[in-house]
Design a binder for this molecule. Structure first.
Ligand SMILES: *Cc1c(COP(=O)(O)O)cnc(C)c1O
Length: 477
C-alpha cells in the first residue's frame, strides 16, 4: 500500500476516513447491528477503519469499507464447526465427520435435545434406569448377542474391554494385527494405557493356531483379534481361522474378543458392495465379545458398541471407566433410531445415507458430474479446464481399503499443454474452501479432483457459484 498514491491538489478536498458514528449509521451496517448486535458491528467497524488507516489509505470507498466490516462481522459469528461438501472421494472421511446421519436419527436427537427425557429413568417402575436400555434390545436382536453396551467410540470400547478383562494380564495378539488406525490410535499404546501386557504371536505375514495356543498361560487375560481394516497383507500369508480360535479359547477358558472396526450390521453384498464381516458372524464364530464403531459402515453417530456374553458385559458395566466413557442422550437417541432402520433391510439404502452413497451407481454419479461441469468450469474460468473423468471412490475409515467403488469426478486440469503447478492447484483448492459452504476436493496426479459420489444437494452446491449457476441446474430428481 502506498500512502501517497493519492495526490490531492487542494487540502480542502483531501480524502479522509468517515467517523465511526457515520459508518454505524450506514443502512447496511444498521441492518447488521440489528441481526448480530451493535457491539459486534462497532468492534468490526473500529478494526476495519484502523486497518485502512494503518495502510495509509484515507481514500476508502464506502462500499469497500462496508464490505470489509460485513466480512469481519460474518467471520466472527460463523460457527467454527460447520457443514462442508465432502467431494474427496472418501465416503466415511474421519476428518470430515464420517457418517452423515439418517433423517430419523436427526429427528430423534431433536426430540430429546431441548428438554428432559427418560435417559436413566424406568417409566414402568419409576425407579432409576440404565441408559443402555434404549439400544440394548435392538443390538441383541440385530447381532444375536446375549447383551450389549455402548460407549463413546470404538477406541473407548476396546480400552474398556482390555482394562476390565485383562488389567495386569497378557493380551495375545497376532503380529499382523498390531495396527495404527490413524491419529493417535495405535493398538500397542492402547494396551499400555489400559494396563495390559501385549503378548505378540506369529510373524507379520503368518500366524498359526499353534502360535496362539502356545501363548496361552496362567497370565493370559484375553485373546484379541483385530480386523486389519486399513491395510491388507497379500501373498504368502496365514492367520488362524476365527472359528478354530474360538474353539481354542473356549477349551482353555480364555475370553476371545474381536475388534471389528467398521462393523457392518448387515450383509453389504446385497447392495453390490464387497463383503465385510458382521458382528453376528463374529459371535457365531465363537467370539465372546465384539466391538465396532457406530459412525462407520453402520451409518450412525459416533459410538463404540460392544456385544456378546452377558456375564462379560455386566463386568464392563461395573468398571468405573464405563462411567467415564459413556454416551450422551443425543448419541443414544440417534443410535436407537438408526438401529430401528436396520429392522427393515429392504429400505436401508433409501434411509441410511452412508449405505446409499456407498451403493450409488456410477452412471448416476456421472449424470450429476455432467450437470455440474458447466457451473464449475465457469467458476474456474481461465485458471483450469474442468472435465468429467471416471475415478474410484473409497469407503474410508479403515473399511475395505483395497476395494474401490467406480465413480465420476470433475477434474481441474491445465488449460494449456503445461502442467498445473502445485501452487495453482493449491490456489484452486483454497478458492473452493472459501465458498459459503466449503467444498473439499482432493489433489493428486497433478490435478484437483471433485468426486461427486457424495454430492446429493445439487441445488445447494450450484448456489455456491452464484444465481446464474443456480439457474443452470434443472431441479434435481
Ligand atoms: C476405526 C477402528 C477403531 C477405532 O474406532 P473409533 O470409533 O474411531 O474410535 C478401532 N479398531 C478398528 C479395527 C477400527 O477400524
Amino acid at each position: 500500500m502506498t500512502s501517497a498514491s493519492v495526490a490531492p491538489t487542494n487540502a480542502a478536498v483531501r480524502p479522509h476516513l468517515p467517523s465511526i458514528d457515520r459508518v454505524l449509521a450506514w443502512p447496511p451496517l444498521v441492518a447488521l447491528a440489528e441481526a448480530y448486535g451493535r457491539a459486534l458491528v462497532l468492534e468490526a467497524a473500529r478494526e476495519e477503519l484502523a486497518a485502512w488507516r494503518e495502510a495509509g489509505r484515507a481514500d476508502g470507498a464506502r462500499v469497500d469499507i462496508e464490505a470489509g466490516i460485513a466480512a469481519r462481522v460474518i467471520a466472527r459469528v460463523q460457527p467454527s464447526l460447520r457443514p462442508v461438501f465432502n467431494l474427496t472421494g472418501t465416503v466415511l472421511h474421519t476428518n470430515l465427520g464420517r457418517a452423515p446421519l439418517p433423517a430419523q436419527a436427526i429427528a430423534a436427537m431433536m426430540r430429546v435435545a431441548a428438554g428432559a427425557s427418560n435417559l436413566e429413568f424406568d417409566l414402568t417402575t419409576g425407579k432409576r434406569g440404565d441408559r443402555d436400555d434404549h439400544v440394548e434390545a435392538l443390538l441383541r436382536k440385530l447381532t444375536g448377542a446375549e447383551a450389549a453396551t455402548v460407549v463413546n467410540n470404538n477406541a473407548a470400547a476396546l480400552m474398556l474391554v482390555l482394562n476390565t478383562l485383562a488389567r495386569r494380564r497378557e493380551v495375545i495378539v497376532s503380529r499382523g494385527e498390531l495396527i495404527e488406525i490413524g491419529g493417535a490410535f495405535r493398538l500397542p499404546d492402547i494396551m499400555v494405557q489400559a494396563g495390559c501386557r501385549l503378548r505378540e504371536v506369529g510373524t507379520t505375514n503368518r500366524t498359526h493356531l499353534r502360535d496362539h495356543a502356545e501363548a496361552i498361560g496362567p497370565r493370559t487375560g484375553l485373546m484379541l483379534k483385530v480386523h486389519t481394516s486399513n491395510y491388507r497383507i497379500d501373498g504368502f500369508t496365514a492367520a488362524a481361522d476365527e472359528r478354530a480360535l474360538g474353539d481354542l479359547c473356549r477349551e482353555r477358558g480364555v475370553p476371545f474378543v474381536i475388534d471389528l472396526g467398521s462393523g457392518a450390521l448387515c450383509d453389504l453384498t446385497r447392495f453390490g458392495l464387497p463383503h465385510e464381516p458382521t458382528p453376528a458372524e463374529a459371535l457365531a464364530a465363537g467370539a465372546d465379545l465384539v466391538t465396532f464403531s457406530g459412525d462407520k459402515l453402520l451409518g450412525g453417530p459416533q459410538a463404540g458398541i460392544i456385544v456378546g456374553r452377558a456375564d462379560l458385559i455386566a463386568k464392563l458395566k461395573k468398571n468405573p471407566f464405563k462411567r467415564a466413557l459413556r454416551c450422551d442422550k443425543l448419541t443414544l437417541a440417534a443410535l436407537g433410531a438408526v438401529l430401528q432402520l436396520y429392522g427393515d433391510p429392504d429400505r436401508l439404502v433409501a434411509q441410511v445415507p452412508t449405505l446409499r452413497l456407498l451403493a450409488r451407481p456410477a452412471v448416476q454419479i456421472e449424470a450429476v458430474a455432467l450437470r455440474m461441469q458447466p457451473i464449475v468450469a465457469a467458476w474456474a474460468g481461465e485458471r483450469a479446464r474442468v472435465t468429467v473423468q471416471p475415478v474410484q471412490s473409497q469407503i474410508g475409515s479403515g473399511a475395505l481399503p483395497i476395494d474401490m467403488l467406480p465413480s465420476h469426478a470433475l477434474q481441474f486440469a491445465p488449460p494449456g499443454p503445461k502442467r498445473l503447478s502445485g501452487r495453482a492447484l493449491d490456489q484452486l483448492a483454497a478458492g473452493l474452501r472459501n465458498l459459503a459452504v466449503p467444498v473439499i476436493g482432493r489433489i493428486g496426479d497433478g490435478a484437483l479432483w471433485l468426486d461427486l459420489r457424495c454430492l446429493e444437494d445439487e441445488g445447494g452446491f450450484a448456489a455456491l457459484f452464484g444465481p446464474a449457476a443456480s439457474a443452470m441446474v434443472a431441479t434435481a430428481p
